[in-house]
Design a protein around this ligand. Structure first.
Ligand code: GDP
Ligand code: MG
Length: 273
């Protein structure tokens, strides 16, 4: 039947990687690193920049939102602040996304990866209609993986770690796409503590307790402890569905492991989506 035929359709060669993360986590540096790593392996990627406010882009983008919309002009014209300007620029770009997608689709059997950089402030992409439209359109055209970049040195405090993981969890449930946690900046801070906390619920609770004993109430009222204990149980379930790797976008450490995890995530997409 036609329906069966649709299902058997071979997926395109390229895997799309949507790079998401808090401002300053290293998304753009990661894009630059991945792009040059792929070049050195003669596997050039098709690259999209969706950050209208980036001043210096350290990689060549095949499609750059800045070529279509001038975010400073948008701010002036609509009388907006910087965040409103970035959001409106992304909305304007999204109205043309069908054209962008057809460019991507045309190249999807010639390249191994399609890379997408997103605006500095995470919520502009993750909690906007435009972000969902772009993510859904891409994910219906080719295998798509969400790559969540974490600023490892800034997430060593248990409470911060947990907020970051809860945020990642909310994005997983919103996009429902194969998800990869990337602990970045391992040149400054190795990510083994994070893997320990994700593997071993009791190790995380011990860290919470220890932190409380050394910092006391400065970290918040005591009821936070039991709240955090309950939330870490929720996260325990979340961790089972994810892959986590450590990289340094600065030095290039961890690239092989990263691409092994991307491959696994792609297999998950092909199985489930
Ligand atoms: P974005 O806002 O997520 O796009 O973050 P950027 O790529 O602009 O990086 C923010 C800052 O973190 C910059 O100063 C980068 O040089 C720095 N950075 C990014 N990746 C790494 C890394 O792996 N190691 C170190 N030490 N610094 C990094
Ligand atoms: Mg950036």
């Amino acid at each position: 039947s036609p329906a069966d035929k649709g299902k058997q359709k071979e997926s395109p060669r390229a895997t799309a990687m949507i790079v998401i993360g808090m401002a300053g986590s290293g998304k753009t540096t990661f894009m630059q690193r991945v792009n040059s790593y792929l070049h050195s392996r003669e596997q050039p990627a098709y690259v999209l920049n969706l950050d209208p406010a980036v001043i210096h882009l350290p990689f060549d983008a095949n499609i750059d939102i800045r070529d279509t919309v001038d975010y400073a002009e948008v701010m002036k014209q609509y009388n907006l602040g910087p965040n409103g300007g970035i959001m409106t620029a992304l909305n304007l770009f999204t109205t043309k996304f069908d054209q962008v997608l057809s460019h991507v689709e045309n190249r999807a059997n010639e390249v191994d990866y399609v890379l997408l950089d997103t605006p500095g402030q995470i919520e502009i992409f993750t909690w906007s209609a435009s972000g969902s439209i772009i993510t859904d359109a891409l994910a219906s055209a080719l295998p798509t993986v969400v790559v969540y970049i974490i600023d490892t040195p800034r997430t060593t405090a248990p409470a911060t770690f947990m907020s970051n993981m809860l945020y990642a969890c909310s994005i997983l449930y919103k996009t429902r796409l194969p998800f990869l946690l990337v602990f970045n900046k391992t040149d400054v801070q190795p990510h083994d503590f994070a893997l320990d906390w994700m593997r071993d619920f009791e190790a995380f609770q011990e860290a919470l307790l220890e932190r409380r004993q050394t910092h006391g109430e400065e970290d918040g009222p005591a009821y936070m402890d039991s709240l955090m204990n309950s939330m870490s149980l929720v996260l325990d379930e979340f961790y089972k569905h994810l892959r986590a790797v450590g990289v340094s976008a600065m030095t290039g450490e961890g690239m092989e492991e990263l691409f092994d995890a991307v491959q696994e995530a792609r297999e998950e997409y092909e199985k489930d989506y």
